[in-house]
Design a protein around this ligand. Sequence first.
Ligand SMILES: Cc1ncc(COP(=O)(O)O)c(C=O)c1O
Length: 379
Amino acid sequence: MSRFFDLVSKPAREMGGYSPNPPKQRAREFQPRLIRLDSNENPFGPSPRAIEAMRAALTTVHAYPDDDCIELRRKLATQHDLAPEQVLVTAGSTALLSLLCTTLLVPGLNAVTSERSFIVYSMAVHATGAQLIETPMRDDAFDLEAILGAIDGNTRLVFLANPDNPTGTMLDTNAVDKFLSRVPGHVVVVLDEAYYEFAKHLAASRKVAHPSSLEYVQRGASVVVLRTFSKVHGLAGLRVGYGLGPAELLTYCARMRNTFSVASVAQSAATAALDDRNYIDRVVASNTAQAEVLANGLSALGYRVVPTFANFLYCDVAEDAASFAERLLNEGVSVRPLRAWGAPNCIRVSIGTPEQNQFLLNAARKVAGRKSSVSVFRS
Ligand SMILES: Cc1ncc(COP(=O)(O)O)c(C=O)c1O
């Protein structure tokens, strides 16, 4: 075997080599003007207030950042009506997923989530040597009965992506309330709300009750709500996210994090982005309107589209999705085929600007039914 195979830890040996980036580097070589609808990024660029704040922060990057992100933490605490100790800022919400796993899991323990959910749950759990139990979905959504049934004495974490990525489905207030009332006390429930603002708006427009997850935290439930600056604020490249949860648990998590992990420029940008109400409202309103345009357009081509509560659509193209995505790539637009999620006929399409969405629909119209043989998505 190789030189280090016997030296590295068992989880390092056994973890797969999943890369979150689509093969865009290769795609860019032949498509320099590629439209990227593959990573659920904000198509409008960063919040202008965040850009201004980043410029101002550049002159102080010779100094280490504030390890506790005090200004941002206080602002988030005030905004959510919590104590600063109930807020933990991390380098993206994925960093907090890893911290929760290293804080609560060891080999022999487990976490529970649904199949076809956010791929980082699996990576974060397996890195600790613990087990991840994935229950089957029901109607493209989390089956909470199945999750309750999978919890045992060794379970420490449950991950609910709400809305789910990649299906875009959302659990409503009633479902989450009932679920939490039945979860045993030794389990921490992570409500991953990366798409919170989009979900809230889409739920209101469809008269669906969006869970008031903050109330769970305010009443001291064993719940950690995850939010991020990567989506509605357009700051994915900066890596800032946060958790809202029990102060004691977050203190343990904070001990496990890397020192100075949230860059000072990122802290400044995030703090400013919170005040950029005009930008947030514009992004959310466009997403709500365009979700419908894109869903109608794809449905008109004969594809099954799952109603979304996020900034992307889950779409069954009734053929090999990798091949379909490759044909779209050749037309200049990148979407995510979902074989790795166990959905070989499905793609996830991020909701772009109105122009990008029209481009995608035109490209989909062109490539529908046309097959190709070699796929860059398979390697
Ligand atoms: C469900 C879910 N949680 C978390 C994240 C990641 O957020 P961050 O960029 O803050 O690490 C994503 C990003 O795609 C997501 O889909």
